[in-house]
Design a protein around this ligand. Structure first.
Ligand code: TMP
Ligand code: ASP
Length: 251
């Protein structure tokens, strides 16, 4: 890792130049941030778990024909991905009311929505990733109408796949955020799922108990993130037995 050229360091990951043109090495850090990095901590082992969980979701998506940037996992913290031009929009899909939607519209957290709702937020931490409409997206040229249609369709397909997979292991996919990139082939480009799909960017609730298994534990200071992420990994069969790959907190 030391010899790789750093391209960009984000809040939870570092991007390095990949071994071949058009590839990037994505390194998962243990840093946790919330509220646009106003709250920060280091959660031992989070990067290892997220690397493995994101691999699992991306490989599954590819297998059902939903294109992603994922090529292969390199080691505990790194994966090789295709280089893309990230569209500066966070694509949020919601199945149940929670988070900012619950607050904004006064819909009680946990209320099932009549259908999955897709939202776009402008990727800008200084502005707090504000919700935007298609009018903003077209006017400011963040994406074309064709791109937006494809993004909605990709996001809903990801939602179908992820909801089913997680339901099978007793987890409700309340909402999630994905990022989408343009992969160029000459003048032509296709849209593919990029970044990561992990409990950092999803709301995951245990179907029976309603317990949260996602970053809300950290945002709201209500439980151990590493134990919850390890539980998600264990249910997805990504951790052998009950082995914990992250240390239990000492208190
Ligand atoms: P929200 O309720 O805060 O708008 O978030 C909706 C979902 O999107 C939730 O699962 C968290 C995820 N999300 C991120 O991971 N990063 C972000 O910057 C935003 C705005 C949402
Ligand atoms: N992704 C943002 C951050 O890390 C917002 C959040 O997850 O609460 O600060």
């Amino acid at each position: 890792m030391a010899r790789r050229k750093k391209i960009y360091e984000g809040k939870a990951k570092i991007m390095f130049e990949g071994p071949e043109p058009g590839t990037i090495v994505q390194y998962f850090k243990d840093d946790a941030t919330a509220f646009n990095a106003k709250k920060r901590d280091i959660i031992q082992g989070k990067g290892v778990l997220n690397n493995r969980i994101s691999e699992h979701f991306m490989v599954g998506l590819d297998a059902v024909g939903i294109p992603t940037h994922f090529i292969r996992r390199l080691n505990m913290r790194e994966q090789l991905v295709r280089a893309v031009e990230i569209i500066p929009l966070e694509v949020v899909v919601r199945n149940y009311s929670a988070g900012t939607m619950a607050k904004r519209l006064g819909i009680e957290e946990g209320t099932p929505l009549p259908r999955p709702i897709v939202e776009f937020c402008y990727k800008n931490d200084d502005l707090g990733d504000p919700l935007v409409t298609e009018e903003h997206i077209f006017a400011f040229n963040w994406a074309s109408q064709h791109d937006v249609e494809n993004m909605i369709s990709l996001a809903l397909r990801v939602n179908d796949y992820m909801s089913g997979l997680l339901f099978g292991v007793g987890i409700r996919l309340v909402d999630f955020k994905i990022e989408i990139g343009r992969q160029y082939d000459g003048d032509y480009h296709r849209l593919i799922v990029a970044d990561e799909i992990t409990p950092d960017c999803c709301r995951l609730w245990d179907i029976e108990s309603g317990d949260k298994l996602d970053k809300d534990l950290f945002r709201l200071d209500i439980g151990s993130l590493s134990e919850a992420y390890a539980e998600v990994a264990r249910r997805l069969d990504l951790l052998p037995g009950n082995e914990l790959i992250v240390p239990r907190p000492s208190n």
